[in-house]
Design a protein around this ligand. Sequence first.
Ligand SMILES: Cc1cc2nc3c(=O)[nH]c(=O)nc-3n(C[C@H](O)[C@H](O)[C@H](O)COP(=O)(O)O)c2cc1C
Length: 135
Amino acid sequence: MIRLLYSSQAAQDITEQDITNILEQSRKNNIDADITGVLVYGGHLFMQVLEGPELAVLKKYVTICEDSRNSLSKIIYISYTDKRMFADWSMGAIQCKPVTLQKIFDLNSRATETIEPASFREAMRDFLRRLNSAK
Ligand SMILES: Cc1cc2nc3c(=O)[nH]c(=O)nc-3n(C[C@H](O)[C@H](O)[C@H](O)COP(=O)(O)O)c2cc1C
C-alpha cells in the first residue's frame, strides 16, 4: 500500500455544491477501489490524503489531476505503508479556514525537499495536530 498527500488549487468558480459532489463521488468510488483518506479544503486550496493499493491510488491521483475542478496539483508526501491512518474513512472531509490552510500549504511547500519517507508518519501527525488546533 501507499499513502499520498497532495495539494492543489480549486477552480476559481468552485461552489459548495461541487465539494458535496466530489465527496459523494469519492465515497462511492473509493470503497470499490479500496482507497481511504481525507480531503481538507478551505478557500481555494485542497489537500488530500489517499491511501490504498499502489496502482489504485496512483490511478486515482491521475484522475483527480485531470479534473477541471482543481489544478496545479503537487505531491507533498508519498510513502509505502502497511497500515492505514484513515481506515474508517472512504473519504473524510475537513473544512478549514482559508488562511489556516494557506499557512499549512506554505509550510509544507517549504518542507517538501527535506522530509524523508521515514518521517512521513510524524509529519502527517503534525499536519493533523495543526489542523485540529486550527478548528
Ligand atoms: C480535489 C478533488 C478530490 C477528489 N477526490 C476523489 C477521490 O478521492 N475519489 C474519487 O473517486 N474521485 C475523486 N475526485 C473526483 C475525480 O476527479 C473524478 O471526477 C471522479 O472520480 C469520477 O467519478 P466517476 O467515474 O464515478 O464519474 C476528486 C476531485 C477533486 C477535484
